[in-house]
Design a protein around this ligand. Sequence first.
Ligand SMILES: [Zn+2]
Length: 413
Amino acid sequence: MLNNFVWKNKTHFIRKSVLMNPLKQGGLDFLDFTTLNNTFKINWLKNFLNNPSSLWNIIPNYIFSKVGGLNFLLLCNYNITKIPVKLSNFHKQMLLAWSLIYKHNFSPHRYYLWNNKDILYKNKSLFFDNWFKNNLLLVGQLFNSQGRLYNYSDFLQKYKIPITTSEYAIVFNAIPSGVSFLLQGSTFPWPCTHSLNLADTMIGNVCFSVEQHKNNSKIRALFQRELMTIPYIIPYWNNIVENLPWEKVWSLSHKYLLTNKVKEITFKLIHKCYPTKAFLKKYKSDIEVNCSFCHSAEEDFIHLFWQCTHTEKFWSDVLLFIQSYFISDFSFCFKDVFFGLFDYSKENIGKYYIINLCFLLAKFHIHKQKFTGSKPLFSLFRDDLDRYIETIQCSINPKAMKTVSLYSSFLSS
Ligand SMILES: [Zn+2]
């Protein structure tokens, strides 16, 4: 529904995984429901772990105590269908959410014997409380210094824990040969000293630390990075235009107090989904493609916004305007209009701030004229520009105040 709303119930021209990017990376910070839902599950975990003795946690505490407690389970390489406990759907979803962001890159010193999806008995992962309570946690602890699995008597001698032969057999037979191979040669200090504290892991620190209050967006970002794709038009433009400062390009329109309508034009142009006739023809073959202004050439975005005789005239008037009020030897090309100007000396920052604004509004003017069936006209644009400044004049928004003061200082001088 959210995605349909973004596209006004019409065709989706940009993939959701691209819109999920932050603004400065070419997305719209689009909120995806799945990641939002997963974020809530992580917050449930956070509440649980930070208030272990709360009345609300009695039942989950009891359930997860059968597999070493929730804190320990989260460190394990679990598979929810293999955990030897009947879990509610909510708890399953919560564990699934965590497993999406907490990755188990194989490391012998973090490879736990318990709740391990690779180490199964009767198709369930293992958990033996007396082994666990005696600090037998890692698969590596089952191996002697020659890298072989302990036999029963050596094992008892080493750890001095009363373990039955049947438990020994279950555990040792469950170790896959591939795992034995991987662990050969690693040594494990005994007793093992490494931390079982979730907050010491990178992901745990982001999700559970008590100091982080409003960190939903950080948690969401962990989920998003699995799903996001960088805008596919970036490599496309990089082939055509050299050295585009992408972060600045994407952020440019957000430096002003502009309506989304204005920002949308540039956003769609760079994403190559501005609805010119040539573009729409891809979706609807019976469309005529003659330029809305000159009616003599095909209307693609370069023609409409730059090459058409009507827009060409319009831009040359814009150039005269910039030359007379801002920089007398100014010139610009299509790339500058399209992406923005970012290469200028420090003393000209204010001027370029307004020039970039003019480009954004000028592109909007061209768009507006196309859809109202008229032609771009500088005098109308000038009125629009003045009216825009008038509109934001009373705003106390810092971007608006900056724009108004710069604009009036240049135009009065
Ligand atoms: Zn034309």
